[in-house]
Ligand binder design. Structure first.
Ligand code: AHR
Length: 655
C-alpha cells in the first residue's frame, strides 16, 4: 500500500473505531484552565534570499538572461547565429539610465537574417496556452530600416510562438507584442531575427509571462506556494546577500526600485562562492526589488521584515567594515527605507513609493540591522543604528544578530551585549544535524522571559552537514524540525518569529541545499519541511496552553523522542494539539483536557508521516504530504495512537 493510502486507511480506522484498546504509554495533560502566553501572529514566517536562482531565474519570471547586456561579459547568455557585423557598444549617452549603458548594435551587411539567440536560465519555461509579452527597446541607425521578428523554439526544435515588431524609428522606442504559446517546453529558447540591410540598436530585451501572481509581476506557482504557508512575515533579501563579499557589492535597496531599466545590476555573491557549485551567470537584475518585495508581503498577508546592511561585508569573506565615522550613509538608508515604506506621499521617499503605484503605506514594523554578523564590530554598529532609529522611529522593532551558530563563542559574546543594549529581537541561526533539533526542543524553556525576544531567523536540519552537496530534504530532517518547532511554540512568550532557510532551490541552479521549495522552469513543489512549516503556520492559535507529558515518555537511544505543544484558537473555539512522535513505533497516548470540556462536532486530524529517507520531487511532489480527516470527539476519550515518525495536528472544539 502506498504511504498516502495507508494513512487514509489508518485515519479512517481511527474515525470508525474511536478509542484504541492498547493501554496508553503516555498521558498528555492539556491544562486549558492555566494561563498561557500570547502567540505572536508573526511566529511562523518566510526567509527569502536570492540564492539557488531564487529571484532571477526563479520568483522573478523574466525569461531573458542578461536582457540589458549589463553583465561584465556583455554577451553572456546570447549567441549570434549568423555571420555579420555584430557588435556590443558601451553607450556614452545614458539612454536607459546611468545603470544601463550597454546596448547591442546589430549590423546586417548581408541578405540572410542575423539571428540572436538567448538561452534563458537553464532554458526558458514556456507553457502551452499561456500568453507571453516579448518587448525590447530598439532604434534604427541611419536611413536603412531592417525588420525585427522573434520566435520561441522548444528544445526539440518545435516552434512554440513568434511574431514581428513594427514601428522602429531613429529614436529609442519600446516595441512589444504578446503571443500565446502553442506547446509546453521546459527548455525553450528565444531567437530574434534582424532582417534586411542596416544597423539597429537593441536593449532591454524581455520575455515575461502575462499571468503573474496577483498581476504583480512574480512567478505565479512559486508565489502561490508562499501564500499557502500563510506566513506571519517575510524576511528579505537574505541572508549573506545583504552583506556582499565586499561592501561594494552589498545589497543597496535604493538601487532596486524605480523603472527596472534603471536598477543597477550587481554580481550575485553566490555566483562564485562555492567552487564546487559555480554559477558564473548569476547576477542580480533586481527585477524583484524592494517595491515588489513590499507588494508581495501585502499580497500574501505577511509583515515585511527587511534586513539591511549595517556597514559590514560578509564575515565569512572579506569582513570589510565601514568605519564608524562613515556609518551615517548606512543609517540614512535605514531611515529612508522606513520613509519609503511608511512615509506620506508628500515625503521624498513616500513620493517614490506612490510613483511606483502604491500611495498607501506598507506599514513596516520590523527592521533587521545586519544579517549574520558577530563580535564587537557588530555590536558597535548595531548600537549606532539603534541610537538613531529608536529616537526617530520607536514604533519599529529592530532585529539584531547573534551570529551564525546557536551556541558558539560568537553567540555567547552577542547575547549579553544585546541584552545590555535592550535589543528588541535577537536573530539566531542554526544549520545542524537532525539530532541537534531533536535534542534542543527545550532550548527556550530556560530563556530569560524579560527579553530580548528571539527570532529563529535561519534554521534547517542538515542530513549530512552544512554546505554539503549531499544534504537531502528528507522526512527525517523535517521531522526533527517539527520536534524543535514544538519547543518554539511552547515558548511563544520568548520566540516571536521563526523561519526555515533557504527558501527556494532551482533543480539545475542550486548552490545550497536543503531548501524549503524546489522548482524547475515551470513547476515547483514543497519538501517535507515545507509541509511541516505549513502545518504549524495554518494551526498556530493565538495563545499557548500549558501541557504536561506524564507517564513513560517514549525514547530512542535513551533520549525522549516524543514532543507536544498545545494552543488555543480563540476565534474558532478550538484547542490545537501538535504532537511529534519521532520514535520508530506507534505511541498510544491518553489525552486529558483540564478545565474545559470537549465541545460539539468532530475533531480534525492532520497527519504527516513517511519513511525517514522519503523525499518529494518534481515527479512525486506529495510523496510526503499531510492527510486530513475528522474524528468523532468520543474517539478522544480512549488512548489515541500517534503514528511512528509522524507529526500530528489535532484541532478539537471545546466548550
Ligand atoms: O541560508 C544560506 C546562508 O546561510 C545565508 O545566506 C546566511 O545568512 C547563512 O550563513
Amino acid at each position: 500500500m502506498n504511504c498516502k493510502l495507508f494513512l487514509i486507511a489508518a485515519v479512517a480506522a481511527l474515525t470508525a473505531g474511536g478509542a484504541l484498546t492498547a493501554p496508553a504509554a503516555v498521558n498528555i495533560r492539556i491544562q486549558a484552565d492555566q494561563p498561557g502566553a500570547a502567540i505572536s501572529p508573526t511566529l511562523w514566517g518566510i526567509f527569502f534570499e536570492d540564492i539557488n536562482y531564487g529571484a532571477d531565474g526563479g520568483l522573478y519570471p523574466e525569461r531573458v538572461k542578461n536582457r540589458s547586456f549589463e553583465f561584465p561579459s556583455p554577451l553572456m547568455g546570447w549567441h549570434v547565429e549568423a555571420q555579420a557585423g555584430v557588435g556590443v557598444l558601451v553607450g556614452t549617452e545614458p539612454a536607459h539610465g546611468v545603470n544601463n549603458r550597454h546596448f547591442l548594435r546589430v549590423t546586417n551587411g548581408g541578405t540572410a537574417a542575423v539571428v540572436l539567440r538567448n538561452e534563458g536560465f537553464f532554458g526558458m519555461g514556456i507553457q502551452q496556452g499561456q500568453e507571453y509579452e516579448f518587448s525590447l527597446q530598439a532604434r534604427c541607425v541611419g536611413r536603412e530600416r531592417p525588420t525585427l521578428a522573434f520566435t520561441l523554439t522548444g528544445a526539440d526544435g518545435r516552434h512554440l510562438a513568434g511574431g514581428s515588431l513594427k514601428g522602429m524609428g531613429n529614436e529609442w522606442k519600446r516595441l512589444a507584442v504578446t503571443v500565446r504559446a502553442g506547446a509546453t517546453d521546459l527548455k525553450a529558447h528565444l531567437s530574434i531575427l534582424v532582417k534586411g540591410p542596416g544597423s539597429v540598436d537593441l536593449d532591454l530585451i524581455s520575455l515575461m509571462p502575462r499571468k503573474t501572481f496577483k498581476n504583480h509581476g512574480l512567478r505565479e506557482d512559486m508565489a502561490q506556494m508562499l501564500a499557502e504557508l500563510k506566513p506571519g512575515f517575510l524576511r528579505f533579501p537574505g541572508g549573506c546577500i545583504v552583506e556582499g563579499r565586499w561592501l561594494t557589492n552589498r545589497y543597496q535597496w535604493k538601487t532596486t526600485i524605480g523603472p527596472v531599466a534603471e536598477r543597477r545590476l550587481i554580481i550575485n555573491r553566490w555566483n562564485d562562492e562555492f567552487k564546487h557549485r559555480p554559477a558564473p551567470d548569476y547576477y542580480q537584475s533586481f527585477g524583484l526589488g524592494f517595491f515588489e518585495y513590499f507588494q508581495l508581503c501585502e499580497d500574501i498577508g505577511a509583515e515585511p521584515l527587511p534586513i539591511l546592511n549595517c556597514g559590514m561585508a560578509c564575515q565569512f569573506n572579506s569582513g570589510e567594515l565601514a568605519p564608524m565615522d562613515q556609518l551615517q550613509e548606512y543609517i540614512q538608508d535605514a531611515l529612508d527605507l522606513i520613509e519609503f515604506a511608511n512615509g506620506p506621499v508628500s515625503s521624498p521617499w513616500g513620493k517614490k513609493r506612490a510613483e511606483m503605484g502604491h500611495p498607501k503605506p506598507f506599514r513596516l514594523k520590523y527592521l533587521g540591522i545586519g544579517n549574520e554578523q558577530w563580535l564587537q564590530p557588530y555590536i558597535d554598529r548595531y548600537a549606532a543604528f539603534a541610537r538613531v532609529l529608536k529616537a526617530r522611529h520607536p514604533e519599529i522593532q529592530l532585529v539584531s544578530s547573534a551570529g551564525p551558530a546557536p551556541d558558539d563563542e560568537k553567540f555567547r559574546f552577542a547575547w549579553p551585549k544585546l541584552r545590555e543594549l535592550k535589543a528588541d529581537i535577537v536573530d539566531e541561526h542554526c544549520y545542524a544535524r537532525p539530532e541537534w533539533f531533536l535534542n534542543n526542543a527545550h532550548r527556550y524553556d530556560g530563556y530569560d522571559r524579560r527579553g530580548p525576544r528571539v527570532f529563529m531567523g535561519e534554521y534547517a536540519a542538515q542530513s549530512d552537514k552544512t554546505v554539503s552537496v549531499n544534504n537531502r530534504n528528507n522526512w527525517e530532517c523535517a521531522l526533527a524540525e517539527a520536534a524543535y518547532m514544538t519547543g518554539l511554540e511552547r515558548n511563544a512568550d520568548v520566540v516571536v518569529m521563526a523561519s526555515y532557510a533557504p527558501l527556494f532551490g532551482h533543480e539545475e541552479g542550486w548552490q545550497w541545499r536543503p531548501n524549503l521549495i524546489w522548482c524547475d522552469n515551470l513547476r515547483s513543489y514543497g519538501t517535507p519541511s515545507y509541509y511541516v512549516q505549513q502545518m504549524f503556520s495554518l494551526n498556530k492559535g493565538d495563545r499557548t496552553v500549558p501541557l504536561l507529558l506524564e507517564g513513560v515518555v517514549p525514547t530512542e537511544g535513551g533520549k525522549p523522542r516524543f514532543y507536544a505543544t498545545a494552543a488555543r484558537d480563540t476565534r474558532t473555539g478550538e484547542i490545537i494539539l501538535k504532537v511529534v512522535n519521532a520514535t520508530p513505533g506507534a505511541v498510544e497516548a491518553q489525552l486529558t483536557l483540564e478545565g474545559v470540556a470537549w465541545g460539539r462536532g468532530r475533531a480534525r486530524v492532520t497527519v504527516l508521516t513517511g519513511g525517514l529517507k522519503d523525499e518529494n520531487s518534481i515527479e512525486f511532489p506529495t510523496r510526503v504530504a499531510p492527510v486530513t480527516s475528522t474524528l468523532p470527539l468520543g474517539a478522544l476519550a480512549g488512548p489515541f495512537s500517534f503514528w511512528k515518525h509522524s507529526l500530528t495536528v489535532l484541532r478539537v472544539p471545546i466548550r
